[in-house]
Write a protein that binds this ligand. Structure first.
Ligand SMILES: C[S@@+](CC[C@H](N)C(=O)[O-])C[C@H]1O[C@@H](n2cnc3c(N)ncnc32)[C@H](O)[C@@H]1O
Length: 339
């Protein structure tokens, strides 16, 4: 019998784990789609943000950008292809737990963005490096893959989820989990299930402590308040994916699928500014970045040539990134450090 978070940790990152074996984001070979895999416009907006933060920090050189959970390196590639003002100061660190993805990502970014791999101001590591740095720590869809503990309200307090031979088993929760759940949602109705994001909170603390000055910027799906999980069954916010499909029960065939959990952002430390991804992308100039495509498509829509069809594809990507029912509803949390 294993506590839920330990079971998921093993199922994702153990020797036979889903990510250890090469599970990844991506449209064709991947298991799920993420914003960087949806469109290069996402990396374009993050690059615009990095240029702006570099100016706000008085142009530090080096300007360290640490991307955690960097996966296939797609976001890193698009950032290097789009940054302007900060490009000569930029030193990029991809932090990725999966060895398969780490080496693949380095090769892709170095080959696409630089003439010589040795000249790429880029490195890949398995865990967050040691600071302090001036710069930005960012991550897309990392927190949802840091396994939470899961508790349920009962008549006698809170019980905690374990996995026993492929089945759920609930045990009386230890006092620290009881206290945390009661503080987060006092008077929760019987049967309420909640995630407790201890790992995500520890990770964010580490990220904040890495910087002497700068920003932490995290994109993920979830809800602003833990109390908003009340009346949502856990099967709605703990999900599994494989080859672009929901993959059913998370408790069997460990390693065969991604296991992910909506993030309760109020459990993260500090007081980040939180906005919807749609609003964040628009604030970074997404609309202006796609102006050329709108003009091209409207001019040629009656008899579109291949360029016009390309422009329409760009507009569709922008629409997917800002969809209020999809990626646009993801949350973006930003912490400022040292100012
Ligand atoms: C959902 S994927 C997102 C990949 C990429 N950011 C994207 O948007 O396409 C999460 C990634 O985080 C990695 N990961 C999980 N825990 C990590 C950790 N503590 N440090 C670094 N990477 C981690 C996983 O191996 C996986 O590649």
């Amino acid at each position: 019998m294993m506590r839920f978070d330990r079971f998921v940790e093993e199922a994702l990152y153990g020797p036979q784990g889903f990510y250890t074996q090469g599970g990844q984001a991506g449209e064709t070979a991947g298991d799920f789609i993420t914003s960087p895999e949806t469109s290069t416009l996402f990396g374009g907006c993050v690059a615009a943000y990095l240029d702006q933060v570099w100016q706000e920090l008085d142009r530090p050189d080096p300007f360290i950008v640490i991307e955690a959970g960097s996966g296939r390196g797609t976001l890193c590639r698009d950032i290097f292809l789009s940054v302007q003002e900060c490009s000569s100061a930029l030193r990029y660190v991809m932090v990725e737990r999966s060895e398969v993805q780490r080496s693949h990502a380095f090769d892709i970014v170095a080959a696409t963005c630089f003439l010589e791999a040795e000249e790429a101001p880029l490195t890949t590591v398995k865990d967050l490096p040691v600071g302090p740095f001036t710069g930005v720590v960012l991550a897309n869809e990392l927190l949802d893959n840091l396994p939470p503990r899961v508790v349920q309200k009962t008549r006698t307090g809170w019980s905690e989820l374990y996995v026993n031979n492929g089945r759920e088993e609930w045990q009386h929760a230890p006092q620290n989990a009881q206290n945390m759940a009661s503080l987060l949602v006092p008077n929760a109705p019987l049967g309420t299930c909640l995630p407790l994001h201890l790992k995500a909170a520890v990770w964010v603390n580490r990220a904040l402590n890495l910087l002497d000055r700068g920003r932490v910027l995290l994109f993920d799906y979830g809800l602003q308040q833990t109390k908003d999980f009340v009346e949502r069954p856990s099967g709605e916010w703990i999900r599994t994916y494989s080859e672009h499909h929901r993959a059913g029960n998370p408790y069997t065939e460990a390693g065969s699928r991604d296991i992910t959990c909506d993030v309760a952002f109020d459990q993260l430390p500090g007081s980040p500014k939180i906005v919807a991804q749609r609003d964040w992308l628009l604030s970074q100039g997404l609309h202006a970045m796609t102006e050329w495509a709108r003009e091209k498509w409207y001019d040629a829509a009656a008899a579109p040539d291949s360029e016009a069809l390309g422009a329409r594809a760009v507009l569709e990507e922008a629409a997917a990134l800002t969809d209020r029912e999809g990626l646009g509803a993801f949350l973006v949390a930003e912490w400022q450090v040292g100012e």
